[in-house]
Design a protein around this ligand. Structure first.
Ligand SMILES: Cc1cc2nc3c(=O)[nH]c(=O)nc-3n(C[C@H](O)[C@H](O)[C@H](O)COP(=O)(O)OP(=O)(O)OC[C@H]3O[C@@H](n4cnc5c(N)ncnc54)[C@H](O)[C@@H]3O)c2cc1C
Length: 382
């Protein structure tokens, strides 16, 4: 099944070449350092990878959503899930808040730097008290003259340590009875804003080269014009951008699993046991066949949702299914890929070991599997 044209194929080649030359040789080093060098961002900007869909007037590529699909597939195939996640957050989860809801003046001011990779962005919604219940956020914004004063904190923020721009969800009011979500607004916050601080860099199981932070805001004065969209409409913006985020997560999951399966097939074809390659054993062949079948199903579900999303139809149910299904099958695929590598699968020198740790995030980040099931059931009017 293919949904791509010749232009997409050319773009894929450009991303693949970048990954082979400028990513693959450095993955271990970045994982060890716990971050991706900041210098990689202007390089990706130069290559036109950051803001592929944004209008050319802001320095974007003016391309379609399928170009974003290609970018995310190739980054996820790199065996560096950390990079795929960091880029996905910058281009598909954080900066869309500016592109979709920001004023013209804000877009002119910040989007070119975002596309050039000179301003790295992060999305700050989750708080220590709970991430699934977005409407429960406690970070507070109070209007004060031509500024908002924000107090509170955020947890698990990807790119949080290194970012220059933060898209922050804060509560402006309580919201009407039973409508807590109506009190939430989105703000664009520059890192240099007095009162902003990175309280700590978090130590994670996987995706170790992607930096994750806890943030603190203490009497942080944000200019009034940095409100994104209308006061009290932030929750809807978060939910809107979540659709893109979850679809991109599914795309990355399928591509990352495909790469791990390819690595595993290569391994069982050369590994000898009982006088023949492992790939000759029926149980091994069946495991591979099961994984390939799950992946084919995941790819078709994901591409169908991509086409619906690209044509701007309501795809909430399909995207939630993509996130749920891909996240779940990735756990099974990671388990079996490690199993087929035997002892080597447990060793750091084999990429499948990192893959196993990285995929654990996929049923948690960007909305858990349980929350996806809640959304699907709601969409089914249950
Ligand atoms: C590595 C990493 C990167 C992240 N990056 C970002 C980021 O850049 N920006 C950002 O804002 N957030 C980010 N997050 C946060 C992420 O989106 C949340 O962790 C996620 O939404 C879950 O929230 P929580 O961790 O508070 O879990 P909780 O909401 O406390 O949930 C705990 C458990 O309870 C279950 N649960 C909760 N409610 C229900 C329910 N109604 N029914 C059934 N089960 C339920 C959940 O499914 C989960 O299993 C990141 C998280 C991680 C781990």
């Amino acid at each position: 099944m293919t949904i791509f044209n010749e232009q997409h194929a050319m773009f894929r080649q450009a991303v693949r070449s970048f990954v082979e030359k400028e990513v693959a040789p450095h993955i271990e080093e970045w994982e060890e350092a716990g971050q991706i060098p900041k210098s990689l961002w202007p390089r990706m900007g130069q290559l036109g990878f950051l803001g592929v869909e944004y209008d050319e007037t802001y320095g974007g590529g003016g391309a379609d959503f399928l170009t974003t699909v290609v970018l995310n597939e190739e980054l996820a195939r790199s065996r560096c899930a950390s990079l795929a996640m960091a880029v996905g957050v910058h281009t598909d989860m954080a900066s869309p808040h500016l592109y979709w809801a920001g004023s013209e003046a804000l877009k002119e001011k910040y989007l070119p730097a975002i596309c050039r990779g000179e301003a790295l962005s992060a999305i700050a919604v989750t708080e220590a008290g709970g991430g699934s219940d977005v409407a429960a956020i406690k970070t507070r914004a109070v209007a004060d003259g031509d500024h908002y004063v924000i107090n509170g904190s955020k947890m698990f923020i990807t790119n949080g340590v290194l970012a220059d721009l933060y898209f922050v969800a804060a509560r402006l009011g309580p919201g009407a009875q039973g409508r807590r979500h109506q009190g939430i607004s989105m703000f664009l916050v520059e890192r240099s804003t007095p009162g902003f601080s990175v309280s700590r860099k978090l130590d994670k199981m996987g995706n170790r080269a992607s930096d994750t932070a806890e943030l603190a805001f203490q009497d942080m004065r944000v200019p009034g014009e940095n409100l994104l969209g209308q006061e009290g409409k932030g929750f809807y913006e978060v939910m809107r951008v979540f659709q893109r985020e979850r679809l991109v997560a599914g795309i990355q999951t399928v591509a990352g699993c495909e790469r791990a399966l390819e690595d595993t097939i290569a391994y069982v074809q050369q590994r000898q046991a009982f006088g023949e390659p492992l790939s000759r054993k029926q149980v091994v062949r069946h495991k591979i066949a099961d994984m390939a079948t799950l992946l084919e199903a995941a790819r078709r579900l994901t591409y169908a949702a991509c086409l619906k999303f690209q044509s701007r139809e309501d795809a909430v149910k399909e995207i939630s299914m993509v996130k749920l299904f891909c996240g779940d099958i990735a756990q099974k695929i990671a388990y079996d890929c490690v199993q087929l590598h035997g002892g080597y699968g447990y060793m750091r020198e084999y990429p499948v070991e990192r893959f196993f740790r990285d995929v654990r995030l996929l049923t948690i980040g960007g909305g858990t599997s349980e929350i996806m099931k809640e959304i699907i059931a709601k969409q089914m009017a249950l």
